[in-house]
Design a protein around this ligand. Structure first.
Ligand code: AMP
Length: 430
């Protein structure tokens, strides 16, 4: 093969069948489940005003500081490819008047996000997130309902052992006081930090808590914990979240060092980490963000949400999409093509997947392809027990019949063309 002239941009990739079908099946499971909990889908633009993210995600976060795809458009306006979707959702509900409408408001999204990160296993520059946001409920019931739904989704994808790491970051005041304490603790230990880490220490010490720098990780041992700075109400809220999750059978544990990298969280934060990912990489994250909508110019509106990294989810999920049956229609000559289309139409109406050999390779070559399909059925997402070849040739045309062969048993039957639908219904399950 000659080297391709064009390649996908670094950190981006193509999703091909059958992998894309596995994704699609997982997304459909999610959609069904979210709808059954009263969530409607929101699709926001991939492009937003840069200021939206600076204001919401936070000026001093890694995302805003060095990971955004930001560029001036042809009129010089600064635009950014969204690095996450919550800010866009918050903007959209304000702009469309939903933030002032009936509550609770439940929305989910699925889509691409963009971050200029160092690509590696499970980390891309274009990746996908599946997320849900619940607006208008200040109480811990919101977290409980959202996380139970999230867990049901994970279970439906075959995850058995995952558990939610849970913490509370309290109010803005908590974060400020805690940040100061972390700064005081780290300053005498900061000589080994890199320039970037020292900048964070000066600007926003909380940024250092999920740092990947080993010097920082070491210095953090024994540092103050956010839990010690919580106000009584946040404490009470957190305790109720835990009780409700236990009642709902949602596995969770306390993770006092969890603060999450985005600025907009208040009180509850959570993550799901899998042993199968490197220690710094989570499958999903989320939390409560009671101040975000107001800070973007909307009404005061409590909210809680999660974002699942779909790439990582699909990498880890034991789930296999249900395999399907396939009818391969093999016209012997071009003269048999119209008949082949007729048969295909009829079979599809019965819910079968059908492929017509448009290249009209004839029976022998057609069967080579059929057998290759049979051999690779598992990987290709087909059920080998339900693969059939259907022959349409001179003999069939002369007698108004069709011949059907099961690729798994090798058995072959000739049936009258007029009885085809009946035969398929009885013998070839969709
Ligand atoms: P965040 O918006 O940073 O809380 O991320 C939520 C989830 O999105 C993470 O837990 C990851 O699973 C996923 N994620 C974030 N960044 C990337 C990336 N660069 N590539 C793939 N997945 C990502």
């Amino acid at each position: 093969m000659t080297a391709p002239r064009y390649r996908a941009v670094k950190g981006t990739r193509d999703l091909l069948p059958p992998e894309s079908e596995r994704w699609d099946a997982a997304e459909r499971l999610g959609r069904e489940l979210f709808r059954s909990h009263g969530y409607g889908e929101i699709r926001t633009p991939a492009l937003e005003d840069t200021a939206l993210f600076a204001r919401s995600v936070g000026e001093t976060t890694d995302i805003v500081h060095k990971e955004m795809y930001t560029f001036p458009d042809r009129k010089g306006r600064s635009l950014t490819l969204r690095p996450e979707n919550t800010a866009g959702v918050a903007r959209a509900i304000i702009e469309n008047g939903l933030a002032a409408g009936p509550m609770p408001l439940r929305l989910y999204y699925m889509g691409q996000q963009f971050r200029y990160e160092r690509p590696q296993a499970g980390r891309y520059r274009e990746f996908r997130q599946i997320g849900a946001e619940l607006f208008g409920v200040p109480g811990p019931e919101a977290e409980a309902e959202l996380l139970e739904m999230l867990f049901e989704f994970l279970r439906s994808l075959g995850f058995q052992k995952l558990s939610i790491a849970l913490n509370s970051v309290g109010t803005a005041e908590t974060r400020a006081a805690f940040g100061e304490a972390v700064r005081e603790y780290l300053e005498p230990r900061a000589s080994a930090f890199g320039a970037d880490e020292r900048r964070k220490l000066a600007e926003n010490p909380l940024r250092l808590l999920d740092s990947r720098d080993p010097a920082v990780r070491e210095a953090l041992a024994g540092s103050p914990r956010v839990t010690d700075f919580l106000d009584a109400e946040s404490r009470e809220h957190h305790a109720r979240v835990r009780v409700l999750l236990t009642e709902a059978g949602v596995p969770h544990y306390e993770e006092p060092s969890l603060v999450r990298g985005l600025d907009y969280y208040t009180r509850t934060v959570f993550e799901v980490i899998s042993k199968d990912l490197s220690a710094q990489d989570a499958v999903l994250g989320g939390g409560r963000y009671d101040r975000l909508v107001e800070s973007l110019g909307g009404p005061p509106l409590p909210a809680v949400g999660f974002a699942i990294g779909e790439d990582r989810l699909m990498q880890l999920a034991p789930y296999r999409a249900a395999s399907r049956g396939l009818l391969l229609v093999l016209p012997q000559t071009r003269e048999d093509l119209p008949d082949a289309f007729g048969v295909a139409r009829e079979a599809r109406r019965l819910g079968l997947a059908v492929e017509v050999d448009l290249l009209v390779r004839g029976f022998r070559k057609g069967m080579i392809r059929a057998n290759a399909l049979y051999e690779g059925a598992g990987e290709l997402g087909w059920d080998p027990e339900r693969l059939y070849a259907l022959f349409l040739g001179e003999a069939e045309r002369a007698r108004s019949t069709v011949t059907i062969k099961s690729l798994s048993s090798g058995e072959q039957e000739t049936v009258p063309r007029a009885a085809l639908a009946e035969f398929l219904r009885a013998r070839v399950p969709a």
